[in-house]
Design a protein around this ligand. Structure first.
Ligand SMILES: Cc1ncc(COP(=O)(O)O)c(C=O)c1O
Length: 483
């Protein structure tokens, strides 16, 4: 945009104000104005639109094709949800509008909370956290508030299996606890003996990602929750992977105390590009009095208002969460209904298992048993035979017209390729994706170190990008000079 800039050209015009001059001058207090003019590109509307349209044509997106980025659930989001969220009665309401003017919004938030409580098998829900990790931190604050209410302030540790999502240990640290890592066993699940060995009265709880980052359903959930409860800890379910179990089983029925969901992975809210997301937290009856407030609530006369729980930990968002993401999720829930949600999980799991079997002759499958919504294969053998690593496979897949899977994660698998096909891809698309991955393995050569060669951006020098990152625009730099 700076290169297109021409002094005096503009893509906007302001209406003349009809305020008297003295009032217009005072409209923005001088201390809120920048002391110097800010250098911005000066372009016409025509150039502005053309520039961004060109960029979108270079972009790969969930609307364009399969995006099997494991752990992220990058699936096609039905447009129905966008239509619902752009209804003026929802989109043009200010969050500070009084309840008398926002009965519809309050009913939506209240009904969504009820539906999510039903889906998770929990008693109460907060919709405030704006992301999965924000939900995790909220969960940890709830966990702390619970222990404090019991007069139990000596607990300093939270157990994290090594197959947990990376945000879990980060949230534990941010929540003021020490993360205690427990190894997985040969099946890729929590090693029960190792877990029991670390459990004592200093443990505040466990955070369990289920299905875990290997795409596996934890085998010993009942034993895990019982063992942690036995030492007085709480059990937290990272439900960001809920698309694997929707309508089939519920964390509440498995004995969990706190659950967070990623609506931006499971419920027609786009994931990626920095949000906005929604990470609601659902809890048991015992923890409900500590939830962030205010919560939408229905009075006996049928009208809606806001209510703050008696021992609330306070707000975790300035308003009521990312409300339009919540509206999208509600539209999706209503459109699919209970049977439709179950079908989401069934097809997501079927697709992942089909891929696991299809790729098994060409890649290593470290935990070759029924997986859930994603499968983890390894390019370790391919690397030994040909020098081609998981990252090279991912870059080659871009040349084949697909988005890359997640690579080098989970950390417990060497040369990991974490593939999440999701339920929205057809059998034909899945077959084409599998064929591309098989072709890449069969023709692997050192040339692959230079992939991708057909995309608008080639392979970046990752070491230089990390060590000499230049994140600001500088037209004087040569094209390869940036990070
Ligand atoms: C299992 C799991 N937990 C937590 C998160 C964190 O969610 P967010 O990126 O919204 O903070 C993710 C993100 O994809 C996830 O996959």
């Amino acid at each position: 945009m700076f290169e297109l800039s021409s002094p005096g050209r503009r893509a906007w015009s302001f209406a003349r104000t009809d305020l008297p001059e003295w009032a217009a001058a005072d409209l923005v207090p001088p201390e809120h104005l920048a002391p110097e003019p800010v250098a911005l590109p000066e372009v016409s509307e025509r150039d502005l639109v053309a520039h961004h349209t060109r960029l979108t044509h270079r972009q790969y997106s969930v609307d364009l094709g399969a995006y099997p980025l494991g752990s992220c659930t990058m699936k096609y989001n039905p447009k129905l949800a966008d239509v619902a969220a752009s209804l003026p009665g929802l989109a043009r309401v200010h969050p500070a509008a009084p309840p008398s003017c926002t009965q519809g919004w309050l009913e939506l938030l209240s009904e969504l909370s009820r539906a999510l409580a039903e889906v998770t098998g929990m008693a109460a829900v907060t919709l405030q956290p704006p992301a999965g990790a924000a939900g995790e931190l909220t969960g940890l604050l709830l966990l702390r508030a619970w222990h404090a209410s019991q007069g139990d302030t000596g607990r300093t540790k939270v157990v994290i299996p090594d197959s947990a999502h990376g945000t879990n240990p980060a949230s534990v640290t941010l929540g003021g606890y020490e993360a205690l890592t427990v190894a997985s066993d040969h099946r890729g699940c929590v090693d029960l003996a190792a877990l029991r060995a670390v459990l004592d009265d200093e443990v505040a709880g466990i955070m369990l990602t289920n299905p875990n980052t290997l795409g596996l359903f934890e085998d010993d959930i009942a034993a895990i929750t019982a063992a942690v409860h036995e030492v007085g800890g709480l059990v937290y379910y990272d439900g960001a992977n809920l698309n694997a179990i929707l309508g089939v089983t519920r964390p509440g029925d498995m004995g969990f105390d706190i659950v967070h969901l990623n609506l931006h992975k499971t419920f027609a809210v786009p994931h990626g590009g920095g949000g906005p997301g929604a990470g609601p937290v659902a809890v048991t009856e015992a923890l409900a009095p500590f939830l962030p407030g205010p919560l939408p609530a229905r009075a006996p006369d049928g009208t809606y208002g806001w209510r703050t729980p008696a021992r609330s930990i306070g707000r975790v968002h300035s308003w009521h969460g990312n409300a339009l993401a919540l509206a999208r999720a509600y539209a999706y829930l209503l459109a699919l209904g209970g049977d439709g949600l179950r079908r989401v999980a069934e097809i997501a799991v079927l697709n992942a298992n089909w891929l696991r079997r299809r790729l098994g002759d060409h890649y290593d499958v470290p935990h070759d048993r029924t997986c859930m919504h994603e499968c983890v294969v390894s390019a370790a053998g391919l690397k030994r035979r040909t020098g081609v690593r998981a990252a090279d496979v991912a870059k080659r897949l871009l040349e084949e017209g697909f988005h890359a899977p997640t690579v080098s994660f989970p950390l417990v698998v060497e040369e990991a390729l974490m593939i999440e096909p999701t339920e929205t891809e057809s059998p034909q698309t899945l077959a084409a994706l599998a064929d591309a991955l098989v072709r890449i393995a069969e023709a692997a050569s050192v040339q692959d170190h230079h992939a991708p060669r057909t995309t608008p951006v080639g392979r970046v020098d990752e070491v230089r990008a990390a060590r000499r990152l230049v994140a600001t625009f500088d037209a004087r730099l040569p094209p390869t000079g940036g990070g």
